[in-house]
Each structure stands twice: as C-alpha cells, then as structure tokens.
Design a protein around this ligand. Structure first.
Ligand code: PLP
Length: 488
C-alpha cells in the first residue's frame, strides 16, 4: 500500500526496522516494578489504567496527549515568551503561525481540544439544531454535544469497523449514509457536520483528501457548516502523502492548505498537533468567529492566551511548523507499524491497516470468553499492565456512556490502545511490549472480566473503579512469576 516516496529509510538487508530520525539528548529514567507489585498497585487503583501513578508504569502507552517528545527548537522557543494578560507578543507569533499553516483568517485560543468542543457545542448545538453528523465520534466531543441535548450520528462505512481490513482510509465518510441522515433529520436540524482526522476510536485511522472534498462539496451545496477536528492531523497527513497517489509529490504545506480550504471551522488539541499543551479554533467565517469568540473569555481566558501558558504557546507554534517535515510526522506511523508487525508475529489480533496514534489490540478476539458487559478491553488492559508494566487505554464499552434506560451501550469495537507518543520510545522498548503481550496471548484463556465498584455518571472511564470477577488476576501473576523468575 505504501509506495516508497522517500518517507521511510529502508534497510539494505531488507529488514523492516523503523529508524529514529532524532537522537536523545535528555532522558527520563523509568521504572519496571515486579508483577507482584503491579498487582497490588492495580488493585489499589481500581483496575483503571487512568488511575495508575506514573512511577509504577514502565511504558506509558495510555495516550499521545501532551506526552509527545518536544524538539530542541521547541524548548528554545519557550525561553522567549512574553508573559502578559493582554496583547502578548507570544500570542501574535502563534496566531501568525497558525493562520499561515491553515490559511485561515481567525484563530481563537483554547487550553485543549475539549475546550474547543465546549465552545463549538455551546454555540451551535441547541434544541433547534441538536444533530451533529460525523465520521465517528470522539469521547469528549460526544459528551459536550450530549450535554447540550444534542445527538451524534455516525456516517462511517460499515467496513471501517472491521478489525482486519486493507481499506487505506477507514475514516472516510459513507456518502450514502451521510445523505440519508441529512434527509431523515432535516438539513435545518443539523448543528454541524464534523470530520475527525486520524479517527481516534476506530484505531487512529485516516480520512482521505478525496473524502474530505466530497463531504465539503456536499456541505456547501446544502448549506451545512463543516467542522474539522485536526487534533490527529499529523498522522493523517502522513497517510494522505503515502497512500493517496496524487499527493505523493505534493508539498505537505500545500496539502494542509487544501484541507483547510474545504472546511468552515477547524479545531485542534495542541497536546497532539504541535506537541505542546494547548489548542484552538480557526476559521475564515466571520459570523462563526464572532459567535465563538464571545465564549473564549468566559471559559478559557482572555483572547490572547485562552487558558494556555505562554511557554506552551511558543512551543506549540514551533511544533505546528515541524508538522510539515515528513521525517518528523512519519515517526509515529512507522513505530505503530513496527509494534503491530511484532504483535502479529506472535499471533496477537490487531487492527489493520496500521494507523496513527498507537497500535490497537482487538480484545473481542483476544478474550472472546469475556462478554461485553464485563468490559473485555478493560480486562485485557489490566492484564497487559500486570504482565508488562505497560499502560494502555480501554477503547470499548467502558468508554461509552450507558443508554438513558441504564443499560450498557455496547461498543462496536473493543480495543486496547497502545499509544505510541511521538519520538518517545525506542525500538527495543516496542519489542519488549510486544514480547510480554505475546506471552499473555499464550495464556489468554486465563483472563476474566471486570465489574464496576464505583461508576461515575459522565465519562466514567476516566475515574471509574473496577474489580476483577473472580481471582484470575492472582492466578495470572502467579504463573507469570513461575515462567519469568525475576518477576519483571
Ligand atoms: C484528544 C482528542 C480530542 C480532545 O483533546 P484534548 O486536548 O485531550 O482535550 C479531540 N479530538 C480528538 C480526535 C482527539 O484525539
């Protein structure tokens, strides 16, 4: 699928090794605690990997949010930040970079991606326009829309949620489904149409430029507002460049400009795009800009910082510029692929084609004995921590909210995401994670389910506490210690 257009460095031997295009000049010591201690920590933290203290985690593969490695140029830029409430020079620098990057007229600062979603939902979702159509939902996006009484409709093709596939762009819109939604719901009830780059919850799967063009043309013809979630644009951009033939020779800056020109509003988490901690909303639509602008001082802070530290704003400006370097944005996709191939070689079921963001293990086929009501992906995630010290994230039924009648909303995929933050892990660490998960796969029949001890009403996956059903975790750790005498 990926023709070689110099987006990766090949090995003469033919070996498929992802080559680090950077060197380490500062390192952080990490801890690998024994399995016995891991069981104790996991029990104490309610079997929820979000609640694990980092000191007890070896490879933190929870997320790519705010934990990507920054470049020396980003750190250098942080020293030259203008700390003022109003009119900060730092803001103008950032605004300039972002406006140039997307080619949009306005930029509104916000402290992270979900803050943008709060503003978007606050302005556009109400009882007259409750509907949002999207390729696929994201947890925080959906929560903000539902909080305003809105509903999310997904126009992803059915084939996109197949675990194994060779669809290069699983995040693409199914135009027939999209059109059906618009006709059924009524154009005038649609708050906005949303495209999420690097579709997070189905495995960091990209959207093609061709699909973006189709959706945009449809929206313009039907007077629908098109919103683009660019949080995972860096990975998506890489895949557009290598998987879409017409883009092989196009400069990345040019592709970004075209994408932006197709959208009415663009928002992003700077914790991902730009590898710092911040976010923002861009548009050239003055009416939308003015409506959203009013909410920035209310929720975020004054218009020249939007809840961000000036140092992070400087780092984000440099990070966004670095998104236009192919050997920078290739790193996550190449390491995700390396992890995926390594897992596959041990028989572990993973989502294909490999996407951005991380490698996604299919819990449904890893632990078919665990029913969805017992959170197979969360159970597998807890087991992975026990045998490796690696922290993944559940992306399945636990990450959904219950139906209004209290029943479980069963997710159509049960995934454990092993995020590969940009430029953080080495190749041997990737191999270690795969080695331990390979061991677990051999003993997969030992894994049981989880049940809630404490279940929060909203975004329950962040703070919920669970416990194993039965003593399967104890038995798993005992066997691990027998086969791995160091217990590490
Ligand atoms: C992470 C993410 C968000 C939310 O961003 P935060 O900065 O974590 O609030 C929104 N959309 C997508 C696609 C994301 O991956």
């Amino acid at each position: 699928m990926s023709e070689n257009i110099y987006t990766r460095v090949e090995f003469f031997s033919g070996e498929n090794v992802p080559l680090e295009m950077h060197k380490a000049r500062m390192v952080q010591r990490i801890n690998l605690i024994p399995a016995e201690d891991r069981l104790e920590v996991l029990t104490r933290t309610g079997n929820n990997t979000f609640l694990l203290p980092n000191r007890d985690v070896f490879l933190d593969m929870l997320t790519d949010s705010g934990v990507n490695a920054m470049s020396e140029a980003q750190y250098a830029a942080m020293l030259m930040a203008d700390d003022s409430y109003a009119g900060s020079e730092t803001f103008y620098r950032l605004e300039n970079v972002i406006k140039k990057f997307f080619g949009t007229e306005y930029y509104l600062p916000a402290h992270q991606g979900r803050a943008c979603e709060n503003i978007l939902a606050g302005v556009f979702v109400d009882s007259k326009t409750p509907n949002v159509i999207t390729n696929y939902h994201f947890t925080t996006t959906k929560a903000h829309i539902m909080l305003r009484g809105g509903t999310v409709h997904e126009a992803l093709s059915d084939a996109a949620t197949a675990v194994q596939s060779d669809l290069p762009f699983k995040g693409d819109y199914d135009m027939a489904k999209f059109d059906d939604f618009v006709k059924k719901l009524g154009r005038e009830t649609v708050a906005f149409v949303r495209i999420e780059a690097g579709t997070n919850l189905i495995g960091g799967q990209p959207v093609s430029l061709a699909s973006m063009r189709e959706v945009s043309a449809y929206c313009r013809k039907n007077g629908l507002l098109l919103v683009f979630d660019a949080s995972l644009l860096a990975d998506n951009l890489y895949f557009i460049k290598v998987r879409e033939k017409e883009c092989h020779d196009r400069p990345l800056a040019d592709i970004v400009k075209e994408i932006a020109s197709l959208m009415d509003v663009i928002y992003f988490s700077g914790r991902k795009l730009g590898c710092a901690r911040g976010g923002g909303i861009c548009t050239s639509n003055r009416e939308a800009y003015l409506k959203m602008r009013d909410l920035v001082p209310l929720y975020e802070g004054f218009l020249t910082y939007g809840g961000m530290s000036v140092r992070e704003m400087e780092a984000m400006a440099v990070g966004i510029t670095e998104t236009l370097d192919i050997h920078t944005i290739s790193q996550t996709p190449l390491f995700v692929e390396a992890l995926g191939l390594e897992l596959q070689s041990k028989g572990v079921p993973v989502v294909t084609p490999f996407g951005g963001l991380g490698c996604h293990v299919d819990a449904m086929s890893f632990v078919p004995q665990v029913p969805q009501e017992q959170y197979p992906a969360a159970a597998l995630c807890s087991a992975i921590y026990l045998v490796s010290g690696c922290r993944g994230m559940e992306r399945g039924t636990l990450s959904e909210s219950r139906n209004p009648d209290g029943s479980e909303h069963l997710s159509n995929m049960e995934l454990v995401r092993l995020a590969v933050p940009k430029r953080v892990f080495t190749h041997s660490q990737i191999k270690f994670a795969a080695d331990r998960i390979g061991w677990l796969h051999k003993h997969r029949e030992m894994i049981g389910g989880l049940t809630f001890e404490e279940e929060p009403a909203t975004l329950r996956f962040f703070l919920g506490r669970l416990k194993p059903i039965g003593d399967w975790q104890r038995k798993l750790v005992d066997l691990y210690k027998k086969e791995m005498p160091s217990g590490l």
